[in-house]
Design a protein around this ligand. Structure first.
Ligand SMILES: Cc1cc2nc3c(=O)[nH]c(=O)nc-3n(C[C@H](O)[C@H](O)[C@H](O)COP(=O)(O)OP(=O)(O)OC[C@H]3O[C@@H](n4cnc5c(N)ncnc54)[C@H](O)[C@@H]3O)c2cc1C
Length: 317
């Protein structure tokens, strides 16, 4: 073979390897018909909490999550911690990791640098969020040279890291700042039109709100997978707190069960797990594309849920 011929095959082979390496495992999974399973961590603030996170993450590998996401703290403080634990979850536990990124406190230049850092760390998927205001502040104020909404961040990620798989947040019970559910949905569509590959929802305790949201989203022309986000409430107090934080409604039946159990210490936890299991079962049976668990860096409820779902014939990998 001539030198030119060898060069041609060499460059063809290298570009083929590049293509293979850059295909996000998550992108492939989103296209597959079987239900996804993902878990969400937040970056720990102490050594003890870091040890706990890694032990929980290792325990949950038994249930073969499709990805682990790691949140991004307010005020840009999370930049190094999110990257550090994304790296640990990937290298120590073998996870496909979805780091979150928010617009809070960052200029566009900084956001571009962080996206590049994620790319260099081999993280081929990012959750693009506007973010909440830092604690003590009530209104979101964009950085003077930054971005105001998540749809702009999606656009930026697509520009800097075109092959990245991008997730965005969706709100079955409408984002607190939106003037109406219709306007909120238009803004969600804008995120998808700008390049988001999937939506993960805010937590909810009433499946009816999820099914209604998916129906409305499809009518609005949103076609990407909408992964329901679930959380286990271990007590009535905790359920009320989650509902307040997320603008989530608490079904009367769940509230009554948690209230009855609150008089008997320790009885609330199984009620929270049973409720989450009933939600998960119905969601999967009615064709939800997967489940995303907000695990609060604890394994117990996720393990209990997965054991029950296995027994019911789901996620037998
Ligand atoms: C799955 C999930 C993960 C999350 N992870 C994190 C995290 O890691 N760190 C963190 O700090 N927070 C996180 N959050 C919380 C999130 O940052 C807040 O809910 C925040 O208030 C909104 O973020 P967003 O990306 O949905 O914003 P946006 O999509 O920008 O929406 C915010 C508000 O602005 C409106 N809006 C959107 N686009 C436009 C536009 N172009 N013009 C005018 N109005 C618009 C929307 O209707 C909405 O009311 C998460 C939420 C979810 C559901």
């Amino acid at each position: 073979m001539s030198k030119n011929g060898r060069e041609f095959y060499r460059s063809f082979y290298l570009s083929y390897i590049d293509t293979i390496m850059s295909i996000s495992p998550l992108k492939e999974r989103l296209e597959s018909p079987s239900a996804l399973f993902s878990i969400e961590f937040f970056p720990p603030k102490s050594d003890a909490a870091a040890t706990q996170l890694l032990s929980v993450a290792k325990e949950l590998t038994a249930y073969v999550p499709d990805f682990a996401s790691i949140t991004y703290g307010a005020g840009g403080s999370s930049r190094t911690r999110t990257l550090k634990y994304a790296h640990k979850l990937k290298e120590n536990c073998g996870y496909t990791v979805l780091p979150h990124l928010t617009c809070v406190g960052h200029s566009i230049k900084e956001l571009e640098e962080i996206i590049e850092e994620f790319r260099e760390a081999g993280l081929s998927q990012i959750m693009a969020l506007r973010g909440d205001p830092p604690s003590g502040e009530t209104d979101f104020k964009p950085h003077p040279n930054g971005l105001s909404h998540a749809n702009e961040l999606v656009q930026l990620i697509r520009k800097v890291y075109p092959e990245c798989t991008i997730g965005v947040a969706g709100y079955p019970e409408t984002h607190a700042e939106a003037p109406s559910a219709e306007v909120d949905l238009l803004h969600l569509k804008r995120k998808v039109d700008n390049g988001a590959d999937f939506i993960t929802t805010q937590l909810f305790f009433d499946n009816a709100v999820y099914f209604d949201f998916v129906k409305r989203a499809r009518q609005a022309g949103i076609t990407v997978p909408i992964i329901p986000g679930l959380m286990c409430a271990k007590s009535l107090k905790q359920a009320k707190r989650f509902c307040k934080m997320g603008g989530t409604s608490l079904p009367a039946e769940f509230e009554a069960r948690l209230l009855a159990a609150s008089e008997n210490s320790g009885a609330s936890k199984p009620i929270g797990i049973d409720w989450m299991y009933a939600q998960a079962l119905e969601l999967l049976e009615r064709g939800a594309p997967g489940l995303h668990l907000y695990i609060l860096n604890q394994a117990g409820p996720a393990v209990a849920l997965m054991k029950k779902l296995h027994a019911a014939g789901f996620y037998q990998r």
